[in-house]
Ligand binder design. Structure first.
Ligand code: 13P
Length: 283
């Protein structure tokens, strides 16, 4: 089917008490892996690309890959811009055909974050493309940027003001997760998540989920998370598959051989996380 937006998918997830997995893709094989997992489990799915990914290969390449995958699939697929770093990049993604856009003004002050988010919302909504924003700072190594320790947790009263002022469709919250590989087991402030949920009605998004224990993710979904982002663990799974083939057969020169193994490992990983999100059978 044609690409869909995050709007209805996330509202359905919110109503049904589950979440949609959002998986960062960095090459064609990862796109194939994610859509194959979604097909096998009859799960809606979001694929997303960060600014560093679309610097490596233009937005148009990823859009074409994901659109082709969606058109061959029977489940709903979204193409989302993850951590849109500027108004200009968000507009390029909109023009290319992305069906969901994040503008991440969380590195700015509160007023500046509101201003850039509202500008993107005003530009995207006439085309019915929903917008995700971030309030508070999810720490760790996000894309190519080091976000530090991430002690700027989302303040519930600010979240309410932010959503009202911007008209944003979903909100990424900082409750103790971080991007990249965790040094220990992350401690999540789930009470803060519930407090945000009580005052904010739009669907909430969890970033930095690679390495977060599955039970903690389930608890976050129970408390209002409707979109769960996984990136680092897909890289790890893909690279493991490639290395395995090259270690066993160092003379291999056909990229299809080692990429296929990476693709299979990503598919298995994604299927596991769709179970955690509770999205299996929801397509
Ligand atoms: P991880 O790399 O920690 O899974 O974070 C993913 C993410 O939040 C992408 O926006």
């Amino acid at each position: 089917m044609a690409l869909v937006t995050t709007k209805q998918l996330m509202l359905d997830a919110q109503k049904g008490g589950y979440a949609i997995g959002a998986f960062n893709v960095e090459n064609m094989e990862m796109v194939q892996a994610v859509v194959a997992a979604a097909e096998e489990l009859k799960s809606p799915v979001i694929m997303q690309t960060t600014p560093s990914t679309v610097k490596y290969a233009d937005l148009a390449y990823f859009y074409a890959n994901v659109r082709a995958a969606a058109e061959m699939a029977s489940v709903p697929v979204v193409m989302h811009l993850d951590h849109g770093s500027s108004f200009e990049l968000a507009m390029r993604a909109l023009r290319v055909g992305y069906t969901s856009i994040m503008i991440d003004g969380s590195h700015e002050g509160f007023a500046e974050n509101i201003a850039v988010t509202k500008a993107v919302v005003d530009a995207c909504h006439p085309s019915k493309v929903p917008v995700e924003a971030e309030l508070g700072k999810v720490g760790g190594k996000e894309d190519d940027l080091d976000g530090g320790e991430g002690d700027g947790y989302t303040v519930p009263s600010e979240a309410l003001e932010f959503v009202n002022a911007t008209g944003v469709d979903s909100l990424a919250v900082a409750i103790g997760t971080a991007h990249g590989v965790y040094k220990g087991v992350p401690k999540l402030d789930v009470n803060r998540l519930s407090e945000i949920r009580e005052v904010v009605s739009v669907p909430l998004v969890l970033h930095g989920t690679s390495g977060v224990p599955d039970d903690a993710v389930r608890e976050c979904i129970r408390r209002g998370i409707c979109k769960v982002n996984y990136a680092t663990d897909l890289r790890i799974a893909f690279t493991k598959g490639v290395k395995e083939v090259l270690d066993a057969n160092p003379e291999t020169i056909d990229p299809k051989k080692y990429n296929a193994c990476g693709r299979e490992y990503v598919k298995q990983y994604v299927m596991g996380k769709m179970e955690v999100c509770g999205s299996v059978g929801k397509a």
